[in-house]
Design a protein around this ligand. Structure first.
Ligand code: HEM
Length: 227
């Protein structure tokens, strides 16, 4: 146990436990028939929610590091993004295989008829290159283009939220129906994207520096040397 805590930080352990336990929970619920009257829909919804949650968490790493100076978050960004991709892939497999039985013409028809599915597909297609090029070797190979490519994440998160909100029955403007959770995700994504704007980043960094100075002043003062 001691060596586990030496090798991994508490945040790292919590992140891996969350990511894997959600999958184990889903598998147990599937085999124990604990997944509502429509188990395929329940699995689709749960994997979709885990994918979007992990995606938003990975998007939050940079702004939170900018505010709190918590450098570890930058190191965890990739794992969170890859876990998001893992859940999105399971989500898509459930849709094409369990839900539509690999009936490709029906799948294409659904994509055309339901715009929120089209948005989900676009989100997934954007996630694929990000996941595969997230490793250091690709960072080196792609050079400046790596940063350009990974800016896709700014489109990806809003698209994922749009897919989520559009698939729900409700009215965003009248705040009616099942829109509360998608709305919360939308607000978080908007705040995170605003926090990445250069002017906002600068303002937040200066606030952080001022708070740090204040804390240092209030901290224990060095004792005067008494002869
Ligand atoms: C080809 C790509 C995709 C397809 C075909 C697809 C399909 C679906 C379908 C059919 C549902 C509705 C389930 C229901 O309520 O009956 C759904 C919901 C959802 N999807 Fe996707 N999806 C795709 C990609 C994604 C991606 C990439 C994400 C996130 C990163 C995502 C996140 C969600 C979320 C959060 C929900 C709502 C879950 C809930 O109702 O609580 N989807 N998706």
């Amino acid at each position: 146990m001691k060596s586990l805590f030496k090798r991994y930080t508490p945040f790292q352990i919590a992140m891996h436990i969350y990511a894997w336990s959600a999958l184990v929970h889903l598998i147990i619920d599937f085999f124990t028939h604990n997944l509502t009257a429509n188990p395929i829909q329940a699995m689709e919804q749960r994997t979709g929610r885990h994918a979007i949650t992990l995606l938003v968490l990975s998007l939050a790493c940079t702004p939170l590091n900018n505010i709190f100076g918590w450098r570890e978050l930058i190191k965890r960004r990739r794992a969170l993004g890859l876990y998001a991709f893992m859940y999105a892939t399971i989500h898509v497999i459930i849709f094409v295989d369990l839900d539509y039985g690999l009936a490709w013409s029906l799948i294409v028809q659904t994509i055309i008829e339901k715009p929120y599915i089209l948005v989900g597909m676009l989100t997934f297609l954007m996630l694929i290159p990000l996941a595969f090029t997230s490793f250091d070797i690709w960072k080196k190979r792609l050079g400046k283009n790596w940063k350009r490519l990974h800016k896709l994440v700014y489109w990806l998160a809003p698209l994922a939220v749009l897919h989520y909100a559009w698939g729900k029955k409700g009215d965003f403007f009248r705040l009616q129906g099942e829109i509360i959770l998608p709305l919360i995700y939308a607000i978080i994504v908007i705040i995170l994207l605003i926090m990445r704007m250069p002017q906002v980043r600068k303002a937040l960094a200066s606030v952080r520096d001022r708070i740090l100075v204040l804390f240092r002043r209030r901290g224990p003062q060095p004792k005067a040397n008494t002869p």
